[in-house]
Design a protein around this ligand. Structure first.
Ligand SMILES: [Ca+2]
Length: 346
């Protein structure tokens, strides 16, 4: 049987129109998908660019705060005889509003804490010398002060002598363990992920995490009391900037000075800070300063902690500053140099 020719033509045209409609719909769908992808990609790129600009601006705000900190130090200490907590540099919680965020900045005297590099301080060598090999088994003066500080803090599950020995071995340039509790390369090279001792001074407090015996719990308890002054192995405390909450720092520098006596001395500081003659009258008659440790009433090293929030951008910067100027009332050029830039936790 043969179908009528007009019927076949009608069905063929209807089929072709259906195919064309589907094709048009597919093309429209593809165009829509591609358009959405292009718009999304453009938005992502625009946001990335915006984030880069924000982060860059936040970094420059942080650098600006660093410069301001240097100015504050110079202006605070110009013609001052002491460095003390009543001076403008020591103001806490300083916050500057900026368009889209804020800048927080805080200065700390690095002579108000135990300088970990000062563990190399020895009565027999100058401050920046590495101890001689024959001294390796004898605790250094700085080591003894650090042990006394750890004992005074009464940290749980801590062996002060071992912590002092491993810190000393990490810093000193020889490979001779400091007694039975010392640890040199032979210890760390046996770890699952082996590494070697630095055999040089610390650049940051975070290095403690790599030293034998320094667990996260010990480090957390210890951090408020310690700091690192790069390339400075002296053990000096500025009695005018120690926190009243941390009398252990002062008592650990002396034989026969307990925490209660140290607290009493810190509470009796005049607003302008102690000078040497005033301070000595506050000490118990039998208190003896440990060899290798020194008390000062000024400072040359500061840390400024800066936090910038700018829209979605965050910048945390900690800069170590070296103040070179007169704190003895003498007229001379004052200047502050940045000696290191670190993260806030360093
Ligand atoms: Ca060593």
């Amino acid at each position: 049987m043969t179908l009528p020719t007009h019927t076949i033509t009608y069905k063929k045209n209807t089929y072709q129109k259906g195919v064309a409609l589907v094709m048009v719909l597919i093309i429209l769908a593809m165009i829509s998908i591609i358009s959405v992808q292009l718009i999304t990609e453009r938005n992502i790129q625009a946001r990335k660019t915006n984030n880069i600009i924000l982060a860059d601006n936040a970094w420059h705000f942080a650098r600006g705060a660093e410069i301001l900190a240097k100015v504050v130090i110079i202006e605070s200490l110009k013609n001052e005889k002491t460095v003390n907590l009543s001076q403008p540099w020591a103001m806490e919680g300083i916050q500057f509003p900026i368009d889209g965020g804020s800048i927080k900045a805080e200065l700390k005297d690095l002579r108000s804490c135990f300088n970990l590099n000062g563990i190399l301080s020895s009565e027999k060598t100058s401050s920046n010398e590495t101890p001689q090999a024959e001294q390796a088994n004898q605790p250094l003066a700085g080591e003894l002060v650090f042990i006394e500080l750890l004992e005074s803090l009464e940290l749980p599950d801590v062996q002060p002598k071992a912590l002092a020995a491993t810190l000393r071995d990490w810093i000193d340039e020889d490979q001779q363990p400091s007694g039975f509790e010392g640890r040199e390369d032979y210890e760390y090279s046996g770890y699952t992920l082996p590494y070697r001792t630095a055999d040089t001074q610390l650049g940051s407090r975070t290095e403690l995490a790599t030293i034998s015996g320094y667990s996260p719990e010990v480090i957390e308890l210890l951090l408020p009391y310690v700091c690192v002054i790069p390339n400075e192995a002296t053990l000096i405390l500025n009695v005018n900037t120690i926190s009243v909450e941390q009398p252990e720092l002062l008592s650990s520098f002396y034989d026969k000075l307990d925490n209660a006596q140290a607290t009493s001395i810190l509470n009796s500081r005049p607003s302008g800070g102690f000078e040497e003659s005033d301070f000595n009258t506050q000490l118990p008659a039998d208190a003896i300063l440990h060899k290798g440790a020194f008390i000062d009433f000024t400072s040359s090293y500061f840390a400024v902690s800066i936090n910038v929030e700018l829209d979605r951008a965050r910048v945390n910067l900690k800069s170590l500053l070296h103040y070179q100027g007169s704190t003895n009332g003498q007229e001379q050029a004052n200047k502050v140099q940045v000696i290191a830039r670190l993260g806030l936790d360093d």
